[in-house]
Design a protein around this ligand. Structure first.
Ligand code: URA
Ligand code: ZN
Length: 407
């Protein structure tokens, strides 16, 4: 097809998803979004997960879903093709958000089962697979949610050594939807939520205690009303990244992060647009008296938000562009970790429903590997982004991972 040279560094992929078989069964059993439908014309399964997707108002209905989404052997073949030694796999969106609203007990139970599934998968494929835990995030009340989430974090921390972090949606947009639902169910309680919700602090501190990384990943989109007519492209390119940007900006301005100084956060898609906008966020906050508590007017006012917050996050390197990647590296230093977003963005010619294991390189992955190479070839940063930053951040066993470079 086209020339692809695998990176010489065995990569560690921290942004890669699976719909675990148990979760696929759950989606197949459902008649409302998220769900799997069968295309009447060709019998192919289609995954329908995005907000309003089945009404076809915002986006086209679903996408084909085949073995790449749930079969670990496909994941391993993909890894081999791209010289990925280890994948830290997370459940793909929308995780268990919908289930908490519908059936609390089932949501709590599924979180436990799915986290154990990840542990089992990791044990079966040592050093090739780690898991990211999932939480029962949206139960009927804040206190139930916080209790259930903290219990699950403690369980992961003390029982599931191969689960290296927790995936959390950028809750801000979710909550707009939830508030609508709450108004219907419980009237005008008006519980404001989001990553900046004070009730989140218990979760953050629990993660901190268990030394678990928190991966912030979008699902709901922001600005969705502007994307109609362009397939999923604007929704995924802009809606996803703006959603992350809004959620993290709110978290920063809330000051909550000061109460959990050791919480490690990994931001999806290179932090959305946050690195590009943080200077402006700093300046706008500096000129707003409602934010006096942040004390941005003190020394170093030009970049306090960068120094204090941006540089404490980790970022995946999913930019598809070497200049963007260079800019991020300049801003945050050695905090960029390689990611693929597999199995999303397959080559357009690839049938998702074929039964054979595919071994062709995926441009959505090779573009990001090439960006690292073009930006940093021959210097330490290349090795750090593809591998070593993840070893440090996730606390992978140095005896096993060392500084090994493939031939
Ligand atoms: N599309 C999704 O729904 N999720 C991702 O993570 C990437 C693309
Ligand atoms: Zn993703």
């Amino acid at each position: 097809q086209y020339n692809y040279t695998k990176p010489s560094v065995p990569c560690i992929d921290v942004h890669t998803h699976m719909y675990l078989p148990r979760y696929m069964d759950l989606l197949r059993s459902r008649s409302s979004v998220p769900k799997i439908i069968v295309n009447a014309k060709n019998g192919e399964d289609r995954l329908v997960i995005l907000p309003n997707e089945d009404e076809n108002k915002q986006t086209s209905v679903g996408r084909p879903v085949g073995g790449q989404y749930f079969d670990i052997h496909r994941k391993l073949a993909f890894m081999d093709t791209h010289n990925i030694e280890t994948s830290v796999i997370s459940l793909a969106n929308p995780w268990l958000d919908f289930l908490g609203v519908e059936n609390e007990d089932m949501c709590i139970q599924y979180a436990r089962l799915l986290n154990e599934d990840f542990e089992t998968l990791s044990t079966k494929h040592p050093n090739r697979v780690y898991g990211l835990g999932v939480l029962p995030t949206q139960l009927s009340t804040v206190s139930r949610t916080v209790d259930a989430c903290c219990a699950e974090i403690d369980y992961i921390g003390s029982h599931l050594p191969h689960v290296r972090g927790i995936i959390l949606v950028t809750i801000i947009i979710t909550m707009i939807i939830i508030i609508i639902i709450i108004i219907i169910i419980i009237g005008t309680h008006g519980i404001g939520k989001g990553l900046d919700d004070k009730n989140m602090l218990a979760l953050y501190q629990s993660l901190e205690r268990n030394d678990l990384l928190l991966f912030i990943h979008p699902h709901y989109g922001a600005g969705n009303e502007f994307y109609t007519g362009y397939g999923h492209a604007l929704y995924l390119a802009l809606g996803f990244t703006f959603e992350t940007t809004i959620a993290i900006s709110r978290l920063i301005l809330s000051g909550l992060l000061d109460s959990c100084p050791n919480l490690k956060l990994l931001l999806a898609h290179a932090g959305g647009t946050l690195p590009y906008l943080i200077g402006r966020l700093n300046s706008c906050a500096l000129h707003d008296h409602e934010l006096d508590h942040l004390q941005l007017q003190n020394d170093n006012a030009d970049n306090l938000l960068i120094q204090k917050y941006l540089k404490r996050f980790y970022f995946d390197g999913i930019t598809y562009n070497e200049l963007t990647l260079k800019c991020l590296q300049d801003m945050v230093g050695d905090r960029i970790l390689f990611g693929t977003d597999h199995p999303f963005f397959p080559p357009y010619y690839l049938s998702h429903t074929n039964k054979e294991i595919d071994t062709t390189p995926w441009p959505s992955t090779t573009t990001n590997q090439l960006a690292v190479k073009k930006a940093f070839e021959g210097n330490e940063t290349e090795k750090k982004i593809l591998r070593n930053n993840a070893i440090h951040c996730l606390g992978l066993d140095k005896k096993i991972y060392g500084d090994k470079i493939a031939n």
